[in-house]
Design a protein around this ligand. Structure first.
Ligand code: ZN
Length: 499
């Protein structure tokens, strides 16, 4: 076990301060770079086989109540249930979700049943047609959103009546998520004021239901105003996005201004003595592994676990130990203090620890100052507990662009994505996780999964022995990259041993 190196920690802390100063003093604006970064991300995402909710998929604002009338619905939660009424006064075609969150499912179903009953009553003496469909999203791996959209047509009405209704739930507790579970009273007031100001609503018509149709998104909340309810019918359905940053900021005036992007002046970091020494040690370790543990045709892989440490991490460490295999943990800075003893244990048992940011926000959406803080604060925290300075960073959602790469380069860190993604966060099924990894893993794979889910850890119990049987040898991510490429370059993004 390596000794905690206080010189190293103070060095990291000092670099954070220096970089923060650098980016606030020497900020330059460069839109061209932002654009080219955008382009390059598209290409990289295509190379990346990932289906973890990547950043582009998670930019949900473009999907919610989109103008295509849900013709190509996004359905990330549960299965579809149908109600079809083909006879009688009311014809109804309703699709709604059913998953494993009881409270959430029954809230959705209750709204569907109520709506159906209301329109049945309405058309008792005439006729009509009711259509209801929905989109569902998993947000931030923590929340699920269902948004219904519907239309009611009747000869008694001049225009179709449009319906919209949203439900949010916390995936971890299974409970419905109410807006006051997410925001403070003060923030809710600010949100109300923001909606009124941005859309110039007549305050006389604003009622208690103004915020009823809200959905939780990664970076903020979105309010949907029903067609014709607060604004003229011709405006259609209107959606308004409010970021958490805006809602949490203390300034009184609420404005819609766009912020200009600041960029760090990017200077590649020159490795210091400790870092050079660490790299040499790593190369030596890899030579030893290749010489002593591997046969020429052995298959090598790196298992990686994100978002912990969590409640099941200790159990996972036991499983790894029993099988005598190594893995890499990309830990979330904000989680570390809940399980501080696990980090030294990981290092002691031969695993690698990398940073997965402090708050799990997409790197592509952060200012330079925030981005540097997300990476360096987590890095310093890991170093302070283990004495090992982690240079591997897994960007949340695998999201990066050229700018993120340049900042990483200036910090001396590299980005590690993956080429095997079992979607364990989504299926929460040990069997599916097991099958998926077994089917898609090959020599040189970097396997993504999450030690915060019981199902994932359960899958590992039988998967690791199975992979060992199949001739796989488990190394850490850094070992895998050294084996494949001979070196690890700051600012690069890696997906597997060779790519
Ligand atoms: Zn994550």
């Amino acid at each position: 076990m390596k000794k905690i190196n206080f010189k190293l920690i103070s060095c990291i802390v000092l670099s954070v301060i220096m970089l923060l100063t650098l980016c606030s003093c020497q900020a330059i604006t460069d839109n061209t770079e932002a654009q080219s970064a955008q382009l390059s991300t598209t290409t990289s995402d295509a190379n990346n086989l990932s289906t973890e909710p990547n950043d582009d998929e998670k930019d949900l604002s473009q999907f919610l109540i989109s103008d295509d009338g849900f013709e190509s619905p996004v359905r990330q939660y549960g299965t579809e249930e149908y109600i079809n009424l083909n006879a009688g006064n009311l014809l109804a075609y309703i699709t709604y979700p059913k998953g494993d969150l009881l409270e959430f499912d029954s809230a959705c179903k209750a709204w569907v049943d109520n709506t159906l009953a209301n329109y049945q009553a309405e058309v008792s003496a005439s006729e009509g047609e009711l259509l209801i469909t929905y989109n569902s999203y998993i947000v931030n791996e923590n929340y699920v959103v269902v948004q219904f959209k519907g239309e009611f047509n009747s000869p008694n009405y001049a225009h179709p009546v449009s319906l919209v209704k949203s439900f949010n739930a916390n995936l971890n507790t299974g409970k419905l998520l109410l807006i006051d579970n997410l925001l403070e009273a003060e923030e809710i007031n600010k949100l109300k004021k923001y909606v009124i100001e941005t859309k110039n609503l007549d305050e006389n018509y604003v009622d208690e239901q103004l915020l009823d149709n809200w959905v939780v998104l990664e970076e903020g909340v979105e309010i949907v105003l029903e067609k014709g309810k607060y604004l003229p019918e011709s405006d259609g359905m209107v959606k308004i996005f409010a970021s958490y940053d805006m809602l949490k900021s203390k300034d009184v005036s609420v404005s819609n201004e766009t912020t200009t992007e600041e960029t760090v002046e990017i200077k590649p970091k020159v490795l210091n003595e400790t870092e050079i020494e660490n790299l040499e040690n790593l190369k030596e370790d890899v030579q030893n592994i290749s010489k002593n543990e591997l046969n020429e045709n052995d298959k090598v892989i790196a298992l990686t676990f994100d978002d912990g440490p969590g409640a099941y991490t200790a159990k996972l460490l036991n499983i790894l130990k029993e099988n005598n295999v190594k893995a890499t943990f990309f830990v979330l800075g904000s989680q570390i203090d809940s399980y501080p003893e696990l980090l030294p244990r990981m290092i002691e048992e031969g695993h690698e620890i990398g940073g997965h940011s402090w708050t799990h926000r997409s790197f592509k959406k952060l200012s330079d100052e925030e981005l540097i803080k997300e990476i360096m604060q987590t890095r310093a925290k890991i170093a302070s507990l283990t004495g090992v300075d982690p240079l591997s960073v897994r960007p949340p959602y695998g999201a990066y662009n050229n700018h993120v790469k340049a900042v990483a380069k200036s910090l001396g860190v590299h980005l590690v994505n993956w080429n095997v993604d079992p979607l364990d966060w989504k299926t929460r099924s040990a069997q599916k996780t097991y099958n998926s990894i077994l089917k898609t893993t090959t020599h040189g794979s970097i396997v993504l999964s999450h030690d915060i889910h019981a199902s994932t850890v359960e899958a590992m119990e039988s998967l690791i022995p199975k992979l060992l049987d199949e001739g796989y040898h488990f190394v850490t991510v850094s070992e895998l990259l050294i084996m494949g490429k001979g070196e690890i370059i700051p600012g690069e993004v890696y997906f597997s041993m060779k790519h």
